[in-house]
Design a protein around this ligand. Structure first.
Ligand SMILES: Cc1cc2nc3c(=O)[nH]c(=O)nc-3n(C[C@H](O)[C@H](O)[C@H](O)COP(=O)(O)OP(=O)(O)OC[C@H]3O[C@@H](n4cnc5c(N)ncnc54)[C@H](O)[C@@H]3O)c2cc1C
Length: 338
């Protein structure tokens, strides 16, 4: 495989696992990872604890920069891919550099989802998905005492737990969109609502945001139906959606994520997609599913690398562990206890 250049886009659990597997199984090939983040591969599940100050920055990163160097993997941080040219077999970076590849694994994960009615307030909403977003939260928290949590996805409860340890006043707005990607049901809704209330969170149920006005750097006035509250920070937690907009002109098939078969192949020779950004065909369901969770992402990252190198391993997921949310089939390897 000397002369091959494999590029992995993304350095999350799926991308890093893919790169290390490529290195192990193709020792003579050149392996590069390109990632938008300036830092290394982050244990995203520890971000809430990092926010609470109970996990150090060192513990947050799964793989040290030295490990990439030792393995001869070229890690390019702080760089974004803005297009993939499948006929020329090149990727275009945001600073206009063009890199050729003989094999490509796309592992760009998800980005925070903001429901359509709230898009107008986007600049006032703070998601918490990456290390850099967590540091923004940390800075804001130095000056604010009250937080409004919107949404209620899997990460929001862990973040709320962290904020409670910081003794902040928390409003939590629960609605039918709250548990994405879990299916909304009354039992879950009541249970989460009860637990939040018990912990001292003020739960605002079944309401709609009418307006948000920023009245100072650290205070927003939020009108929710006929009620008005003031919050220093508004968190947006409506789940993650595949971050694949940059590929719409590439010729790769995009639906919600990048469409791939059960081997994670895009159908274009030597181009695979994996982790949270892939939408994977399930032959029994005759439909595509998406994955969420660190464990799934790592397993899928390894599989993409093995198959790029000529393997024929199929993704393994039981029909029963996939559930339907608004017509999208989701399989998740995690659910945080609150
Ligand atoms: C706060 C939080 C808590 C979580 N807790 C848990 C948990 O307890 N258990 C669990 O199983 N899961 C948890 N998750 C989910 C888990 O982190 C994800 O499912 C997992 O990280 C997905 O891995 P991935 O490699 O597919 O994508 P990601 O981890 O999202 O990595 C994507 C990578 O792609 C890069 N990228 C994106 N676009 C581009 C581009 N155009 N050019 C270059 N690079 C790009 C990003 O910079 C990043 O490096 C949590 C997530 C968050 C945000």
């Amino acid at each position: 495989m000397a002369g091959d250049h494999f590029i992995v886009i993304g350095n999350g659990p799926a991308g890093s696992q893919a790169a290390f597997t490529l290195r192990e199984k193709a020792p003579d090939a050149e392996v590069s990872i390109i990632t938008r983040e300036r830092e290394g591969c982050c244990h995203s599940h520890l971000l809430p604890k990092f926010l609470a100050g109970t996990v150090s920055k060192k513990d947050l990163f799964a793989i040290s920069f030295d490990d990439y160097i030792k393995k001869g993997i070229k890690l390019r941080t702080g760089q974004s891919i803005v297009n993939v040219d499948i006929s020329k077999r090149e990727v275009l970076l945001d600073h206009k550099e063009i890199l050729p590849f003989s094999g490509l694994i796309i592992a760009v994960g998800g980005k925070p989802r903001i429901p359509e009615p709230l898009l107008v307030f986007k600049d006032l909403l703070y998601p918490l998905k990456s290390f850099s977003e967590t540091t923004i939260w940390q800075k804001k928290l130095l000056n604010v005492d009250s937080i409004l949590m919107l949404g209620g996805d899997l990460t929001s409860l862990a973040v709320t737990k962290a904020l409670l340890t910081l003794e902040k006043k928390i409003y939590f707005m629960l609605n039918e969109d709250a548990f994405w990607p879990l299916r909304f049901n009354k039992t879950l809704y009541k249970e989460v609502s009860r637990k939040l209330t018990e912990k001292g969170v003020e739960v605002l149920t079944g309401l709609k945001i009418k307006s948000i006005a920023r009245i100072s750097e650290d205070v927003c006035r939020v009108r929710i139906d006929d009620q008005e509250i003031e919050a220093g920070l508004i968190g947006a937690f409506f789940g993650l959606v595949p971050d694949v907009k940059f590929l719409v002109r590439s010729g790769l098939q995009i639906d919600r994520g990048i469409l791939v078969d059960e081997y994670l192949s895009t159908g274009i020779e030597g181009i695979y997609a994996t982790g949270d950004c892939a939408q994977i065909y399930h032959p029994e369901l005759h439909d595509y599913w998406i994955s969420i969770g660190t464990k799934n992402a790592k397993a899928l990252g390894r599989l993409a690398a093995v198959n790029l190198l000529g393997g024929m391993e199929k993704t393994k997921v039981s029909k029963e562990s996939i559930f339907d949310i608004d017509g999208i089939k989701v399989n998740t390897s995690w659910w945080s206890e609150f």
